[in-house]
Design a protein around this ligand. Structure first.
Ligand code: GLA
Length: 361
């Protein structure tokens, strides 16, 4: 860390963040302000990030937060009946302090969920026990945050990536409870926090087969009388993919189910494949990324009646999960602010529009 950043970190511990924030907002335009009449703009965060110099950027640019990790079952209930809320509470309190909206992520997922959920002793657990555990987890977490978290990703990534397969059959939730686990999760969630907006969240939603399977899932739940409020399109995209048409069609088809749509985990990788070698952020690459981001936000604005939120998966390029995934130690630059927290070309192309003019598409 250079001296300047270190000073910012130290000062952010000693001075009210709101005072520092004023300085930053004078330096740049505010993303969330610009989008105020469209939809909230969120960022995925951790307590560590909120205690760092990034907090100033976050307060001035985003008006919604989601914990990148700290509401996942692995963090919240690492052992049966041992709930650990400290980190999630910290993020929720920060959001409240700064009048930001708060999304919850996530309750039922095959990943980052401790194995004890699925075991009884050394054996695979029974249906009854897993059902009770799911219910208790959902009730405990959602009721704690019922006044603070307005929307939850109730189920994450239940659809298969295998051609020809509908649900992710390798998920321990599916293996033990069968297809019914989706219905259970949404029923328990609705009981626990009747006012929360309930989302199904997934990636690669713009790929026709996966999109079709998500629609099939939502319809089957609706046919059973389950009310789902929205679909989260994760938005881990790369320059050029998905295409404008794919994004438009997906938003339209999801909205046609009577649901709201949110882009829940937006970042645009500068790499096309896992094989790509480390690159520096050249002006050409920055321009390509900016043009892609511009196109995405033109679509989001044009479809603002169908979209109730856009959340970035991170705040700036200094800290992004894509620095290590899918290639360990390969630096990526997927967000609107660079590693020094400065706005990139993409930022300016996303905020450079006239909010009074009706979006034309
Ligand atoms: C998925 C999950 C997120 C997160 C990302 C990677 O998209 O929904 O919670 O784990 O992967 O950071």
């Amino acid at each position: 860390m250079n001296k300047f950043l270190l000073l910012l970190v130290i000062s952010s511990l000693y001075f009210p963040v709101t005072a520092q924030d004023k300085n930053l907002s004078q330096l740049t335009q505010s993303l969330c302000e610009k989008y105020k009449s469209f939809f909230p703009i969120g960022a995925a965060v951790s307590p560590r990030i909120l205690k760092s110099a990034d907090s100033m950027l976050i307060i001035s640019q985003y008006n919604s937060l989601v914990p990148e990790n700290h509401m996942k079952p692995m963090w919240i209930q690492p052992k049966e009946n041992e709930f650990k809320f400290e980190n999630a509470d910290y993020i929720v309190a920060f959001a409240k302090r700064h009048q930001m909206k708060m999304r919850g992520h996530t309750l039922v997922w095959h990943n980052q969920t401790p194995q004890w959920f699925f075991k009884e002793g050394d054996q695979t657990g029974s249906k009854e026990v897993l059902k009770e555990r799911m219910k208790k987890h959902i009730q405990t977490v959602m009721s704690r945050y019922k006044d603070d978290v307005y929307a939850w990703d109730v189920v994450n990534e239940a659809i298969s990536d295998q051609t020809g397969e509908y649900l992710r059959t390798s998920s321990p939730w599916y293996k033990i409870l069968g297809e019914d686990y989706l219905e259970m999760a949404f029923r328990y969630a609705r009981e626990a926090a009747p006012n929360a907006k309930l989302f199904y969240n997934d990636y690669n939603t713009c790929f026709p087969e996966k999109r079709g399977n998500i629609i099939k899932l939502i319809k089957s739940l609706q046919a059973k009388g389950i009310k789902i409020d929205g679909i989260g399109m994760q938005g881990h995209w790369k320059i050029g993919s998905p295409t404008k048409e794919q994004i438009e069609t997906t938003i339209d088809q999801f909205a046609a189910l009577g649901l709201t749509v949110q882009i829940t985990e937006l970042d645009v990788s500068v790499y096309q494949s896992d094989q790509d070698k480390q690159v520096e952020m050249t002006p050409e690459l920055e321009q390509q990324q900016a043009d892609y981001y511009q196109m995405c936000f033109e679509v989001f604005r044009a479809k603002k009646d169908k979209i109730s939120g856009v959340t970035f998966w991170g705040a700036a390029d200094n800290t992004t999960w894509l620095n290590n995934f899918p290639v360990f130690n390969r630096k990526n630059y997927p967000l609107l602010f660079d590693t020094k927290l400065q706005p990139k070309k993409a930022f300016f192309q996303v905020v450079n529009f006239n909010p009074q003019t009706a979006p034309a598409l």
